[in-house]
Design a binder for this molecule. Structure first.
Ligand code: FMN
Length: 181
């Protein structure tokens, strides 16, 4: 079983990417994890698409298709999720073989603020209604006051958050396994 992590932040010291790196250490037995890289994905332009998908987009689509499940860590920008993430989802979603169709997805998010990216997460869920991604309802992982929960190297140091992530990853893998049967 393989999980793909997608961070909505390109920032080197991103709290959301740090949360995904933490996920890689909290997996159920026998599960592997890799991180997608959105940094080379161009701004969506239908004129580009008609000439063939850019290599970075092709790679992302293949990674999504090959994964048994996805974890998306979204920052909250102005009460929503960032354009970087929407742009990548828009590219990946173009037909044929839309790779989110039926895919188990967990959404998490980290912010210095007090509401744990909840507003961004609920908006992101809405996108996957159309794309038929199977977003888990619970547990919700909304990491508020996040700078206090990671050390200066980006390592997760908050045990309740680690436990919540562990639970989420277990439910996500169980869901993906049931879907395979
Ligand atoms: C354009 C912009 C808008 C933001 N809006 C919000 C917001 O609505 N809610 C919030 O909790 N944090 C907001 N923030 C703060 C981000 O949560 C913070 O920069 C966070 O560290 C970004 O995630 P990252 O660490 O993964 O890059 C905003 C940041 C930026 C740059």
């Amino acid at each position: 079983m393989h999980i793909l992590g997608i961070s909505g932040s390109l920032r080197q010291a991103s709290l959301n990417t740090a949360a995904l790196r933490a996920c890689a250490t909290l997996l159920p037995e026998g599960v592997s994890f890799s991180l997608a890289d959105l940094s080379d994905i161009p701004v969506y332009n239908e004129d580009l698409r008609v000439h063939g998908l850019p290599a970075s987009v092709q790679l992302l689509r293949e990674q999504i298709s090959a994964a048994d499940a996805i974890v998306i860590a979204t920052p909250e920008y102005n009460y929503s999720f960032p354009g970087v993430l929407k742009n990548a989802i828009d590219w990946a979603s173009r037909p044929p073989d839309q790779p989110f169709d039926g895919k188990p997805i967990a959404i998490i998010g980290a912010t210095p603020g007090g509401l744990g990216t909840s507003r961004a997460q609920y908006q992101l869920r809405q996108v996957f209604i159309y794309l038929n991604g199977h977003v888990l309802n619970r547990p919700e992982v909304m990491i508020s006051a996040a700078p206090s929960k990671f050390d200066t190297d980006g390592k997760l140091i908050d045990e309740p958050t680690a436990e919540n992530l562990r639970k989420l990853l277990t439910v996500l893998c169980d869901t993906a396994r049931q879907q395979k049967v």
